[in-house]
Write a protein that binds this ligand. Structure first.
Ligand code: COI
Length: 361
């Protein structure tokens, strides 16, 4: 029995209209009929009013502190339709735990892990027809929490809203699983030591937008940030982690030392690489080391990874005074094989040795 009481949509989208929307979903433009929500109030009431309600606009005071001081965190995970029609998500407890860590960093009350999992089950349970079945498609779940108190003094909000919305999605990048170009921003930083880089808070993404615009202006799809302390080491992309495959097949990725997001896809891929007997090193990677490795052939592949991006090959790395292709610019063999393996597990086509999948409906 879910704690999230259902208030069904009185006029959900018709099956024909929904099917048309599910045909070839883009990323994040269409939303399902319902959303889950819960409220927290300071002073003992704790989390209450758990429900699943019709998806729609929410009413907030213009003074709600999220608008002024950006006290907000979010998560991203997906519900996958398996061939037998059942619906599963991937490592939701890992997202729930990260949500808890983000909540602590942004001075929010913690949402119990069970409530997080329950909210996903309740929403996907009622909106299961919204989980698309085309190749590479899924229902993207976006849990988030924000400061709803109408108060413009600077302190943690005494009124907090938790919501989960769901969006049928295809590939994050327009080209699908095709190589993307990356712009290395040597002017702006996303996160600094002791900052919020490891938290999944909207502010980190707001800080990445000007860099993302620069990337577009240079003909690139994504931006890569360097560490704030020395501007010499690669850290993370605007919305995903980055991995480097050396010519000997070993995989290197920057360590999660507080300034980069602890990606669930990142840690899953590192496990899959280890399972293959290949070596993994989580260590600082110098930009110069990466560029010279690309030029000499010591670096064979580079890829982006995240829930939304899954595994996306990087074909080119450009910056103020360099423009280097990754191999011959085509998708790397290990990159594509990891993509196949990970999505194979997520869609129930491959054995789930680590118990990562979690049935929702
Ligand atoms: C995700 O990968 O789920 C994210 O939250 C990143 C965002 C770029 C969509």
């Amino acid at each position: 029995m879910s704690r999230f009481r259902l208030e069904p949509h009185p006029a959900p989208i018709s099956p024909a209209e929904r099917e048309a929307l599910l045909e070839a979903p883009a990323f994040g433009t269409v939303f399902s009929d319902h959303m889950a929500q819960a409220t927290w109030r300071a002073g003992g009431a704790g989390w209450h009013d758990h429900k699943v309600v019709p998806y729609g606009p929410i009413s907030l005071s213009p003074a709600a502190s999220v608008f002024h001081y950006a006290q907000e965190i979010f998560e991203g995970l997906k519900a996958y339709r398996w061939e037998d029609g059942s619906i599963h998500t991937f490592r939701p407890a890992a997202n729930a735990e990260r949500f808890t860590r983000s909540a602590r960093r942004l001075a929010f009350p913690e949402l119990p892990v069970d409530d997080f999992l329950d909210s996903l089950g309740a929403l996907v349970g009622v909106d299961q027809a919204w989980v698309p079945s085309g190749p590479g498609t899924s229902l993207y779940l976006r849990p988030f929490m924000f400061a709803a108190e109408p108060f413009i003094g600077v302190r943690p909000s005494h009124l907090v809203s938790y919501l989960v919305i769901a969006s049928p999605v295809g590939a994050y990048f327009k080209g699908g699983v095709a190589p993307v170009s990356i712009w290395v921003d040597q002017e702006h930083h996303r996160a600094g030591p002791g900052g919020t880089g490891a938290a999944k808070c909207g502010g980190n993404y707001a800080a990445s937008l000007v860099s993302q615009e620069l990337a577009y202006a240079h003909g690139c799809e994504q931006v890569l940030f360097l560490d704030a302390a020395t501007s010499s080491r690669i850290e993370e992309l605007g919305g995903m982690n980055v991995m480097v495959v050396m010519a000997d097949g070993s995989v290197v990725t920057p360590p999660t030392s507080g300034t980069i997001l602890e990606g669930v896809t990142r840690s899953s891929l590192l496990q899959l690489v280890r399972d293959r007997g290949l070596s993994v090193a989580e260590r600082p990677i110098g930009l110069e080391e990466l560029l010279s490795g690309l030029r000499s052939g010591a670096v064979a592949e580079v890829f982006a990874c995240g829930t939304a991006a899954v595994v996306t090959p990087v074909g080119r790395l450009a910056g103020r005074d360099f423009d280097v292709s990754v191999g011959d610019g085509s998708p790397g063999a290990l990159t594509m094989s990891l993509y196949e393996e990970l999505t194979g597990i997520q869609y129930g086509r491959r054995e789930d040795k680590h118990g990562w999948t979690h049935r929702l409906a």
